[in-house]
Design a binder for this molecule. Structure first.
Ligand code: NAG
Length: 398
């Protein structure tokens, strides 16, 4: 009988948690690149986004039409300064001030700008002073802390990423990286990086690597130092970043996945670029993030992850895959169903721990009905215990 109040408490927590999941999937973002000549108008895109569970959008520049179209939607917006602006931002505080005056002040707070990325995959000496001047400009506009400042790194800044516990930065970046991390730490801004399991697969096309990259059943990869058996490449890559931050003394700096994705087509020699694989990667990634399981080194929370990408960018150079990462077509329909629709977000997470399936309740005799009810109570308790263990309630109780 003592089980009863206990079960009731769990059911209440289930309910609270369902509510919480339903309105707090702020960890799913998307990249909205514009190297294209066939994109729908920003207003149509804003509507599209509102029909999905996507809560954050990253643009690579600061197109005022997009920033305006997202006004009063609550959608978080990441804007970026061009790589070419970094030298001027670094040397001229007035330029940084005018950049903020032009690209932020007219739109904020109606448009929910949350982060300014200074450059993209452009780790050079002038980067830190540029970030400092942008930070100062935001401070002068009394927006310090409301809008964060960071940059976005390519995964190549890691000199070593396997096994995950040995993750470390390429020593050639030395003090440069240390300075950036001190900036992130001092200003509470995230360390943003672009891990792509797709490229890991492209360089090792064994079937077991594909399964590992697509979150599909596989034997896992053992990290010999931690004895953690990694079950997917995304977790392995993110934990390698965590280890690199940790080894520099910055494990408290938040990691943001600024880009990750999988192309749905490519040139003949681009193995793995297919609708089936793209749908598996993005769909399973979204389910993994929603499960709040986290990674082995960062359990119980989901890193903010910006999918790549909202649309294909038909004018991008390079192999065919470069123009085939889009989740939506210019006519606003889905390329494939990755589970981003609002109606998908309240369903139980697909990546939940395995549990006994309730017996099929197609016959409606009262005894099978109550058996199936009991089963579903067990199922929920089981699920809650799993999530409790994974620390999901931390957020609920603080
Ligand atoms: C998302 O929801 C729709 C409508 O309920 C459903 O048809 C579709 O299969 C779901 N997709 C996924 C990936 O769960």
């Amino acid at each position: 009988m003592a089980m009863l109040p206990c079960t009731a408490a769990f059911l209440l927590l289930s309910f609270l948690q369902t509510v919480r999941i339903a309105d707090s999937q702020s960890f799913i973002g998307i990249n909205y690149g514009q190297v294209a000549d066939n994109l729908p108008p920003p207003s149509a895109t804003a509507k599209l986004l509102q029909s999905t569970s996507i809560q954050k959008v990253r643009i690579y520049g600061s197109d005022p039409a997009i920033i305006k179209a997202l006004a009063n939607t609550g959608i978080g917006i990441v804007i970026g300064t061009a790589n070419g602006d970094i030298p001027a931002l670094a040397t001229d505080p007035g330029f940084a001030k005018s950049w903020i005056s032009t690209n932020v002040l007219p739109f904020y707070p109606a448009s929910n700008i949350i982060l300014v990325t200074v450059g993209n995959e452009n780790l050079k000496n002038k980067l830190l002073p540029a970030m400092q001047n942008v930070q100062k400009a935001l401070k002068d506009a009394s927006l310090e802390g409301k809008i964060k400042v960071s940059t976005v790194h390519a995964m190549e800044v890691l000199g070593q990423s396997e096994p995950p516990s040995s993750g470390s930065f390429d020593p050639s970046y030395g003090d440069l990286m240390k300075g950036l991390l001190e900036f992130n730490s001092a200003n509470g801004s995230p360390f943003a990086i672009n891990p792509y399991p797709y490229f890991a697969y492209a360089s090792d096309t064994r079937p077991e690597t594909l399964a590992f990259c697509l979150f599909q059943p596989n034997a896992g990869r053992m990290d010999g130092s931690t004895k953690i058996n990694y079950m997917n490449m995304f977790d392995a890559q993110v934990d390698a970043v965590y280890s690199a931050l940790n080894s520099m003394g910055f494990k408290n700096v938040e990691i943001v996945v600024a880009e990750t994705g999988w192309p749905y087509k490519g040139d003949d020699k681009e193995v793995g670029a297919s609708i089936e694989n793209a749908k598996a990667y993005n769909g399973n990634l979204i389910a993994h993030l929603r499960s709040m399981v986290g990674t082995p080194l960062m359990p119980g929370k989901s890193v903010d992850t910006y999918l790549f990408a909202l649309y294909d960018e038909d004018l991008k150079p390079g192999p065919g895959s470069e123009r085939s990462f889009g989740l939506f077509k210019p006519d606003l329909t889905m390329v494939y169903d990755a589970g981003l629709s609002k109606s998908n977000q309240t369903q139980p997470p697909a990546a939940a721990p395995p549990a006994p399936a309730p017996p099929a309740a197609t016959t409606t005799t009262s005894s099978t009905a109550s058996r199936s009810k009991r089963w579903s109570v067990f199922w929920w308790v089981f699920l809650e215990l799993g999530m409790f263990r994974n620390g999901i309630f931390r957020g609920l109780f603080n």
